[in-house]
Design a protein around this ligand. Sequence first.
Ligand SMILES: NC(=O)C1=CN([C@@H]2O[C@H](COP(=O)(O)OP(=O)(O)OC[C@H]3O[C@@H](n4cnc5c(N)ncnc54)[C@H](O)[C@@H]3O)[C@@H](O)[C@H]2O)C=CC1
Ligand SMILES: O=C(O)C(=O)[C@H](O)COP(=O)(O)O
Length: 313
Amino acid sequence: MKKKLGICIPLSDEEYKKVEEYCDITYIETNDMSEEDLCDKLSGNEIIVTMGEYAGKTTIDKWADNGLGFLINARGTPTMVDWQALHDRGIPLGHCPGRNAVAVVEFTVGLMIMLLKKINQAMIGMHDGYYLGEEKDNVFDYIEKKDVNWNYDEGSPYMTMGFGGELYGRTVGIVGYGAIGRKVAKICKAFNMTVMAYDPYFPKEKMEEDGAIPSTVEDLLKNSDIVSIHLPVTEETRGSIDDEWFNMMKPSALFINTARAAVVKQEALVKALEEEKIAGAALDVFWEEPIKKSSSSKDEKRYYDPSYGIVDL
Ligand SMILES: NC(=O)C1=CN([C@@H]2O[C@H](COP(=O)(O)OP(=O)(O)OC[C@H]3O[C@@H](n4cnc5c(N)ncnc54)[C@H](O)[C@@H]3O)[C@@H](O)[C@H]2O)C=CC1
Ligand SMILES: O=C(O)C(=O)[C@H](O)COP(=O)(O)O
């Protein structure tokens, strides 16, 4: 007998046909739907597939009372579902670990290159005419008029920015060697980097097979030119990246976090940058999202001051 399936994700015709062989499908569009409505509309299904919809304890209990046997949240990290409520009712939860891994991996390596080669600062500085010796409203007007006078004076922003570096030959420290961390390691190996990895839950032999060096946090932080964070938020990791971490890093090192802001103490990172304990940072995740832009930050030249480490994305 076919299972009753309630699903919030549109399926292609091909997918629909495949699933229909096994299930009677109820698809619902959930745009702006309240949790109460979502609960009512999906109640009575034996399998439910959600995406970004919130399903709390009351909803789970109602679905469980009405025959739910399996809930799938088609996200990498199923934060919108009350896991405990499902567990209490003995209902398994399916999710899609690593579904975004490739995208995050490529972005992480992109950030490494951007930071090291100062692409962001150079682009913004050029756009704003900052490297002409004084700020111009629109650098492209000056370029068109061939009136460009790049400021090569000693101490000028253009000169102090200096040249970018190379990944080749540098050491990257991967913290959290899961779906994302492991793939970042693989690409870094292809760049001829030395890869150090810290993950007490991942088999050391497999790290070694990948060509990564299983390390303690201390060794990794002391030796890495780039430290890249790929940890989940757990009781153990929340706020674990603190002053002590940044104190161990090299002053020339770069810090990248594309995991979750909650694993890093914000004040510790800001202090490390301000006190030049590290050379720069690039973040894809923030303590408050969406991040608020300070109205004065452009005036302060934070966006393109070559000496300022944070790359605001
Ligand atoms: N920026 C973005 O758009 C995205 C960010 N993420 C985030 O990236 C992070 C990593 O994701 P995945 O690689 O998919 O997760 P994963 O679960 O595959 O890997 C996490 C790794 O961290 C390790 N780990 C756990 N506790 C640790 C600890 N105390 N010390 C060292 N290692 C520890 C685990 O053993 C595991 O190997 C997560 O925080 C996830 O939420 C995921 C997708 C998109
Ligand atoms: O944006 C993020 O940050 C993410 O972790 C992902 O884009 C969300 O991933 P899912 O948990 O929706 O797979």
